[in-house]
Design a protein around this ligand. Structure first.
Ligand code: XBP
Ligand code: MG
Length: 228
């Protein structure tokens, strides 16, 4: 095992319910819109990866025309990302339990760390630096570099290219069905660490499914790769 490629949202940190969702709602409010996403509704909307795609799909469902959406969605999304960064800076987003320990152990074992996310670079880099320290992950592939979102494997292909490693020496860690499909399509063995939003997903094809990082260590990830 030469490297581990990790997803961010829902994997390294529980960003969605108390992070992006809250920031989307504040952005709606600040732009004078009545829409609000409760915890359950947001869970359904998460099937659409990428914040801008999610906004488009939702507003289209609410009957908003394409021209109006084309103008509004980029503004809403940019505001959401600023508000999300404020939540990060205020310490409101924490690593999932067991993640810091696992990252430290992987580094001690000489395993490289990379990121493949569909989130925007504007908030991904500050979040990684704040939660884990600057420069821990290389490369960091975001939705800015991989505009075709998961379940498309593009983010994983780019991460492998940046690592200059074949998939057989790398493990992916994800939290969702969309992420799992993306990692598998890039030829990677994938461990899924579920959370409240993803526990019910169809995770067929996962090399291992757990519900906490506290059940993962370097040896377990190595075994996953050996038996893949
Ligand atoms: C994450 C996403 C993102 C985040 C918000 O999916 O779909 O859209 O919800 O980020 P994954 P942006 O964990 O599979 O990468 O608003 O910056 O897109
Ligand atoms: Mg995720």
């Amino acid at each position: 095992m030469e490297a581990v490629i990790l997803d961010v949202d829902g994997t390294l940190a529980d960003t969605e319910r108390d992070g992006h969702r809250v920031a989307f709602n504040l952005a709606f409010e600040q732009l004078g819109l009545d829409h609000r996403w409760d915890v359950e509704a947001y869970g359904r909307l998460l099937e659409i990866t990428g914040g801008q795609h999610r906004l488009h799909a939702y507003l289209e469902g609410e009957g908003m025309g394409e021209a109006e959406r084309a103008e509004l969605v980029p503004r809403l999304h940019a505001r959401k990302n600023e508000l999300f960064q404020e939540l990060v800076a205020a310490g409101r987003i924490r690593p999932r339990p067991g993640v810091p320990e696992l990252l430290d152990a992987l580094e001690r074992a000489g395993v490289r760390l990379a990121v493949a996310t569909t989130g925007s670079r504007a908030w991904v880099e500050p979040l990684l630096a704040q939660l884990f320290g600057a420069g821990r992950f290389s490369p960091v592939i975001t939705g800015d570099e991989a505009p075709v979102r998961k379940p498309d494997p593009s983010a994983y292909h780019q991460a492998l290219e940046g690592l200059d490693l074949p998939p057989r020496s790398v493990v992916a860690v994800e939290d969702s069905a969309n992420g799992l499909v993306a990692a598998r399509a890039a030829g990677l063995a994938c461990v899924v660490v579920t959370n409240g939003y993803t526990a019910g997903h169809d995770l067929t094809g996962a090399a291992l499914v757990v519900d906490t990082f506290e059940d993962l260590d370097v040896a377990t990830l190595g075994q996953v790769l050996a038996s893949a």
